[in-house]
Each structure stands twice: as C-alpha cells, then as structure tokens.
Write a protein that binds this ligand. Structure first.
Ligand code: ADP
Ligand code: MG
Length: 685
C-alpha cells in the first residue's frame, strides 16, 4: 500500500495535534494503521424494528408516537416516556433529564430511538436511548451500512473513530494496493474488498460469524497476515542458518565439575533440558531454543550450564535480562555459582557510565570478559565482543524478536537460548516462535510448597497489615505490591510512595523499603541488596519486581488492586514468594466490589499455582487480545489475526507461504513490508 502506508494520519480531515497524540497512543500514526484498526462489533441502525418485535438485550432502532411522558417516582426518580407503533409499545427511561427535554417529549410527536432493550419495571424498556424527533410527512433515512464500534483506549469518541476510518477507507479505494493473495487464495476477496467490508458491512452481514472472527473478509486478512509472518520468520531463520555457528562440543568435564559444585542437584527436568541444549550447541548451525518453565522452575541455572559449556570452548557468553534489578541479581547468582571455576561475571547496564563503562567495553572487546550480564545496554552499537558464542535472553516475552536479533549480530553467529515463564498456548507458540525449538522445564525443585492465595476485600486492610507485622516479627520478609492501571512510571511511583509512607506509619516496628521504576538504578540495587540481605522486612514495590526477583526468605506477598492486572502477570508476581522452605502466602487485596468476571479471574489464581492452567483460564475469560498485549509477547504483534480463532488456518498458512516463496518470490518482500513494515519501529524501544 505505497501511498497510504507512508501517509501520516495528520493529513486527514479533523486530525490536529491533540487528536494525533491520542491516535499515537493507540499505536496509530499512519493512514494505513487506521485501516487495520478494525471494529470490535457493529450496531445495526439500518432498519427500524417494530415495537412488537423487540427483544431484551438487543441494540435496535425503533420509532413510534409518544403516548405519555411523565415523571415516575420509583426507587429513583426518572422520566418515563411511552412510545407506540401499530405493533406494540415500549418505555424509554431517563434518570438524568432536563426540563427542556421533558417538554420536548410531547404526546403525539414521533420519536426515533436507538438503544439497548432491557426488562424494566414497566415491561420492556430502553434506558437513555439516543433519540430524535422525526417528521411524519417525510421519512427519515436509516443508515446504509452497519455502524462500526471501534476499540478505543485513548479516549477518542466512536464518532471520531468512524470519521477517521471512513476517510482511510475512501483513500484505499482510490489507491488500490496490489493484491498479494489473488482469487481463491484470498477467499475471492481482494484486500480492498475485505477492509471495506469490515469497516462498513452491508445491512445483511452475518454478524454472528463476524463476532467469531470467521467471516471470509476476516479470514482473508488473517491469512495474509499469518503468511507474511511465516515468510518473515523463514527469512530470519534462513539468514541465521546460512551463517553457521561455532561448534561448542568440548568441555564436558568442566561442565560436570560445574554442576557438582552447585549448591543443589538439578531436577530431572533441568537435566533433560540441559542435554537438549548441549546437543544444539555441538552443531554448526546456530541454536535457536526457547526454554519455557513456570516461575521458580530454575531456568537460570540451566542457562548457566549452557554458559559453562560455551566458555569451556573458549567463547564469550552474553546474558540479557529485561530489568536492571534482574541483571544485577543474575550477576550475583552467577558470581557465586562460578566462583569455584574462577570465573567472574561482568555487568553492563545503562547506568554504568564513563570510565567504568569504557573499561568494561574494553574487557568485552578483548575477550577478557568471558561472561557478560546486562540489560538492553548489551546491544548498543559500541558494544563489540571478541568471540561471542552464546546469547541467553531471559524473560524473552519482554523483548521483541528484533531486539533479540540485534544482539546476535554481535557475534559471527552465536547460539541463542531464550527463556520465558509466560506460558504460551501451543497454537500460539507455533506462530510466535516458529523460528525456535522448544524445551519445557515441567517440574519445580523439590521442597517447594505451593503458594496459598487468598482474596481479601480492601475493607479488611487493617487485618492484612497485622498479618504483615506478624510474619515479619516471626523473621520472615514480605512484599507489598502497588499496582496502577495506567502504565505511567511516575504515577505508579507516586502511589507506591504514598502506600509506603502509610505502611511505615502503621508498622513502626518494621524496617520498610521502597522500590519503583523512578529510582536511580544504584538506589534500586541498594534496596534490593538490603532486602536480599534481610536488612529490610517489608518491601513496598511497584510491578518492577514482576519478573525474576529471587529472595527465598520472602514468604508473604500482598498485591493491592490485583483486579487491575492480567492473570499471567499476577502469577509472575506471586512467583516471587514460595521460593524457600517456608509455606508462602499471597494476599490479593482487591477493591470491593469485584465484578463477576473479576471474581472468576482471581478465583482461578487462588485455585491453581500452575502457570499453564492460569494462562488458559485467562484466555477463556479475557480473550487473547488482552492476554497477549504487545508487552507480553514481543513478536506477537498481529493486526488482524487472532491465534485462538485462526489457529486452524496454520496449515494453509505454511502451504501458501511455501508456494509464494517458490513460485512468486518477488512478492515475499512486499508482503513482509505490508504486515511487518513497522517492526523496525519497535526495535528501538
Ligand atoms: P525461574 O525459572 O523463575 O527463573 P530461578 O532460576 O530464579 O527460577 O530459580 C528459582 C530458585 O530456585 C533460585 O533460587 C534457584 O537457585 C533455585 N533452584 C534452581 N534449581 C534448583 C534445584 N534443582 N534445586 C533447588 N533449588 C533450585
Ligand atoms: Mg527467571
């Protein structure tokens, strides 16, 4: 889509700087982005439903003559207006209304309304319908197509979305892009047909089918998108394999020695995964392996074993973690595990600056630093390795595929190990990680006791505070996690600061610490060290501690407002406790009243400690869109496709991708560009 792809949304009518800002928040910068911003559902304003035929629960347009309009005094004062046509009657109820409004609704006038029909005190009712007076003598036209309801998170009105998307669709018709899945391959629909249909479906469109995401227009787009992803992953894989990797087949003795000096015995699941990794490392094609394991299953030490092998073969190892806290923690674990082998890991994060940074970079470039642990800072341009043989990416879902690739560009072609605790349903992993082989650590180290989870309403906050006091006085440590809906570091930090002050005042006998994303990295690290060393009893934190943090003596976690977080994220957070010998507890301190769905979600967390079960429940309850937000997935950034819904297309996807690569190779790049063209934009975050 050459023109539309480049055209900024600001070129559209009605898009000023403020609107552009809101759109950007929703990830929409170009006209093309609007085209792929597809409606969630539709309203049917194309026909008038006779009053005798309305059903509760339906959104409908009705029209009738006003019979009465009176104030009703029930539990709440309301304006009740009854309309009638020749098939029946319906009540309209307004809880908020002005005198002018009441005056307007004079018996005898004709009213056209749109709203949801419900069962009310007076039979079927519409609450606060949209309405207007219509003229008897000349019929008022109805809409010609179904009215789209767009997803809207950034406070843009439906009217704005409709106007913008309609403009984008009109532009699309003028500059029809090349059709890359012609004829039957594309369900007989061109890309333009499919997009036009979905933004403005005809009155008789099968809405049920569309709600399920199974309309041919939706399948057409999902198929093309999945094909594009498949081609792009294939391309990456080919590029990597073409380069060849160092064969890391030596050093078994060093590895055995290393394992024997660990303070614990590897579980059989860990041993199995280590063997799978070693097999890959011994080959001359680069390893691309994903290690999945629930929180606390011991992925870090598996990575350490792989690292030992690579170093024994004379290569450098880079380990990348998503946060500074986690990078520092890995440095500390690796330092103690590798002490006997005489290997000291070196740390490279964004905060290491000036002279220290220069000398670290030198050590990396000369090969003197064998084991380098860090954050994103590891793949900046000035970092050059001498002989990088293995890259480990921890908490892979926090990074995009492109970030991962940038790090691998640092070596001739290092082997790659990526680790994640976020359980990924199978269908999803086939697509999202098509370029990876997969190992699963499906066993926890012995002696772990499942975390007991309870739901407590915020009216019992005092009791929860008593519980924290008792646990800490008994020598245990606790986390108090503050959450916010908005992903704003600043607001989140503020909330955590306020909570911390309150808890300090109410728990004067405890040593309370605070950690959040706004602190200077050195302060963060100092606090985490103090907590780890037992110098802090209660750590008030934001979700910065979500991934990886490992303090075995902490056995109580309070999560405030857990209803705001996804289940997978809560499970991760809760995984910070239950790491030691003591029975651990997690208190979900929710804000009452909980919605029915909120209750169902939190209950599944109480019922299970199994990340896979929880992820599946989350999928059921919330749908994959939310479970797999961009942040959760890295690579999984589909515009249209939904793996839960379109999983059955995957065989066709693979076939088509192969056919295009073989018979129409010139179309591979245009397809990738159309659907993943903006991937580079994410690479720099
Ligand atoms: P995760 O898989 O969540 O990253 P970690 O690697 O942080 O888990 O491991 C959790 C804790 O379990 C760490 O303290 C680690 O040292 C410990 N651990 C790992 N493997 C074993 C094992 N086989 N036996 C006992 N403890 C282990
Ligand atoms: Mg971990």
């Amino acid at each position: 889509m050459p023109d539309i792809a480049k055209q900024a949304v600001t070129s559209l009518r009605g898009v000023g700087p403020r609107m552009a800002e809101k759109l950007a928040e929703a990830g929409i910068e170009r006209v093309e982005d609007l085209l792929f911003h597809l409606p969630l559902r539709y309203q049917d304003r194309t026909r008038i439903t006779p009053l005798g035929a309305v059903q509760p629960g339906a959104d409908v347009v009705v029209e009738g003559e006003i019979r009465v309009a009176d104030i009703a005094f029930g539990r709440r004062r309301s304006l009740l207006c009854r309309i009638q046509d020749n098939t029946g009657t319906l009540s309209l109820r307004f809880f908020h209304f002005s005198a002018a409004q009441k005056n307007n609704l004079q018996p005898g006038r004709r009213l056209r309304c749109f709203g949801e029909v419900r069962r009310g005190a007076s039979g079927l009712e519409m609450y606060h319908p949209e309405y207007r007076l219509v003229d008897d003598s000349q019929p008022t036209p109805v809409e010609e197509s179904l009215t789209p309801i767009y997803p809207s998170s950034s406070g843009l009105s439906q009217t704005s979305w409709r106007k913008l998307c309609a403009q984008a669709v009109a532009l699309l018709a003028q500059a029809a892009p090349r059709d890359l899945l012609p004829g039957a391959q594309g369900y007989g629909l061109s890309l333009v047909d499919a997009l036009t249909y979905l933004h403005a479906p005809p009155p008789d469109a099968p809405q049920e089918l569309m709600r399920e995401g199974r309309h041919p227009a939706q399948l057409r787009l999902a198929l093309e998108e999945l094909v594009a992803h498949n081609l792009s992953l294939e391309k990456l894989r080919r590029q990597q394999q073409a380069r060849g990797a160092p064969v890391l087949a030596q050093g078994q003795a060093a590895l055995d020695e290393f394992i024997s000096t660990l303070p614990f015995t590897l579980t059989s699941a860990q041993q199995r995964v280590v063997v799978e990794i070693l097999e890959d490392l011994g080959k001359s094609v680069p390893m691309l392996r994903l290690v999945q394991g629930d929180v606390g299953s011991g992925k870090t030490v598996v990575a350490a074993c792989a690292a030992r092998r690579a170093m024994a073969c004379g290569f450098q190892v880079a380990i990348m973690a998503p946060t500074e806290i986690l990078a520092e923690q890995h440095r500390a674990s690796f330092a103690s595990w590798f002490e006997a082998a005489g290997i000291t890991p070196c740390l490279l994060t964004g905060r290491i600056k000036g002279k220290a940074r220069r000398s670290t970079l030198e050590a990396i470039a000369s090969g003197e630093a064998q084991l380098v642990i860090g954050t994103h800072a590891l793949f900046q341009d000035d970092v050059a390795f001498s002989r990088l043989g293995l890259v480990v990416v921890d908490e892979q879902h926090r990074f995009g595929v492109h970030q991962r690739l940038r790090l691998t560009e640092k070596g001739q072609q290092p082997h790659q190990l990526v680790m994640t605790a976020t359980p990924i349903p199978r269908t999803l992993s086939m697509v999202a990680y098509a370029d990876l082989d997969c190992s699963v650590i499906d066993e926890l180290p012995p002696g772990r006791q499942p975390v007991q989870t309870v739901l407590i309403g915020d009216s019992r906050r005092d009791q929860v505070i008593d519980r924290v006091r008792a646990a800490c006085e008994g020598g245990r440590q606790a986390y108090w996690v503050c959450t916010l809906i908005e992903e704003s570091d600043a607001l989140e930090a503020q909330a955590a600061e306020a909570t911390c002050q309150d808890l300090e005042a109410r728990l004067p006998e405890l040593r309370v610490g605070l950690v959040h994303g706004r602190l200077k990295p050195s302060d963060k690290e100092a606090i985490m060290q103090a907590f780890k060393a037992g110098d802090i009893d209660l750590l008030v934190a934001t979700t910065v501690i979500e991934v990886g943090v490992d303090v075995a003596n902490a056995s109580l976690m309070i999560i405030e407002n857990p209803e705001r977080l996804g289940l997978a994220q809560l499970h991760q957070l809760r995984g910070r406790v239950g790491r030691g010998r003591d029975a651990s507890h997690c208190v979900l301190l929710f804000k009452a009243p909980l919605s029915h769905q909120g209750q169902a979600r939190l209950t599944s967390l109480r019922e299970s400690n199994d990340g896979f079960y929880i992820a599946e429940r989350d999928l059921e309850l919330r749908g994959p869109g939310e479970v797999l937000g961009t942040r959760q997935t890295g690579l999984m950034d589909f515009r249209v496709a939904d793996i839960q819904v379109h999983g059955d297309l995957l065989d066709r996807v693979r076939e088509l991708a192969r056919e295009i690569a073989d018979q129409r190779p010139a179309q591979v790049e245009p397809l990738i560009r159309r659907w993943l063209g903006n991937a580079e934009r994410f690479a720099s975050v």
